[in-house]
Design a protein around this ligand. Structure first.
Ligand code: AMP
Length: 355
């Protein structure tokens, strides 16, 4: 295996904070990052060597970008997979377009898990009111109706309690292909980030607990307070999925832990994940440094944490608290360089190590 030497350029699809933190980690290892994003002055571009500002469907811009970089990775999941197909003709794309196609579609994700014998919430494909009626009767309320694609942070989903009208719920999704899921009465939401190198070696970070507010991740607690059995199962699942999907890079797996200690997969993300930000200070190799290592063909770095940690997101106006946070000696403050603190927008995060 020949690794890309330091000085090579990593092409980053997507210009958000995940790309920004990856670019900072890339710089530590001597790599350059060239970002491709439709956004001007993006969080990632602020710390990159070069930026292409163009639409993801701009084929001329994609071709020029592919020629200018040595390998392509991504920090944004809702890219058109066709754009990755096009880049693949010129340079390695890690993870591949086929991984992205699965992770972009809640139905394909669940089918993929099921084929591996990995548990998920019960689900049915829903393309019509008749499908929805049948699915709700089979699964039993409460249920959650979700768009198959382009949903995030609770967008594109409706919870349906007993008696709630089905037609209104389906109309709210405006005809988008959907999936109906059984509502899981979970005790904890957890995630594991697995990293897989070009040579197929895999390392999984410890399982962490994720607490949401208004459907947006608010706090990650590392490690999660789960039994050794649940922790091992969650890491096994993330490792098995990264291998079966043939991921090169990172795979974040969000899971529910039930009262009877079953671990059910909710969502996959083939990129750095908000629940892995604590690894910057908490682990010998951050998730961002690990992504850089994986996509450039370097060996993976150690993932076992130095110490427990807690990460809190700074969402919207919460970022205005930065003067207090930056004055807190042991708080690790990260700000993403976003000008406007809109409600629900991830503006930064703060990690505290629990020694
Ligand atoms: P998602 O966009 O699928 O990650 O869903 C956002 C949040 O909604 C999750 O983090 C859960 O808190 C909740 N949720 C989603 N699906 C289910 C489900 N099938 N059962 C219970 N809670 C769910």
């Amino acid at each position: 295996m020949t690794a890309l030497p330091p000085g090579s350029t990593i092409g980053m699809m997507g210009g958000g904070q995940l790309g920004r933190m990856t670019a900072l980690a890339a710089a530590e290892l001597g790599y350059r990052v060239h970002v491709f994003t439709p956004e001007t002055d993006s969080p990632c571009a602020q710390v990159c060597d070069k930026a292409t500002v163009a639409d993801y469907s701009d084929t001329a811009a994609l071709d020029a970008f592919a020629r200018a970089v040595d390998v392509v990775t991504l920090e944004f999941e809702n890219l058109p997979a066709d754009a990755l197909d096009r880049l693949t003709k010129t340079k390695p794309v890690r993870p591949s377009a086929s991984v992205l196609r699965v992770a972009q579609d809640r139905l394909l994700e669940k089918e993929f898990c099921r084929r591996l014998g990995i548990g998920t919430a019960p689900y049915r494909q829903v393309d019509s009111l008749a499908d929805l009626g049948r699915a709700a009767a089979e699964i039993g309320r409460p249920v959650v109706l979700k768009t198959r694609r382009l949903g995030y942070d609770g967008k594109g989903q409706v919870k349906l309690a007993a008696g709630a009208p089905l037609d209104a719920a389906l109309e709210a999704l405006k005809g988008a292909p959907a999936i109906l899921e059984g509502f899981i009465d979970f005790v904890l939401e957890v995630s594991v980030i697995a990293a897989r190198a070009v040579d197929g070696s895999v390392l999984a970070y410890p399982v962490v607990e994720n607490r949401h507010e208004n459907h947006i991740l608010a706090t990650t607690i590392a490690p999660a307070a789960v039994s050794p059995k649940v922790a091992a199962e969650a890491r096994r699942i993330a490792t098995a999925l990264a291998e079966a999907l043939d991921v090169v890079g990172l795979l974040a797996v969000e899971m529910f832990v039930t009262r009877d200690e079953r671990v059910l997969v909710n969502e996959l993300a083939p990129r750095p994940h908000n629940s892995g930000h604590w690894t910057i200070e908490g682990c010998p190799t951050s998730q961002f440094a690990q992504l850089v290592r994986a996509v450039t063909g370097l060996p993976l770095g150690a993932v076992e944490p130095f110490t427990p940690a807690e990460m809190r997101n700074l969402i919207g106006d919460a970022v205005h608290d930065w003067p207090r946070l930056v004055a807190e000696p042991a708080a690790h403050l990260h700000l993403y360089g976003k000008a406007e603190a809109r409600p629900g927008r991830k503006m930064g995060h703060v990690t505290r190590l629990k020694r």
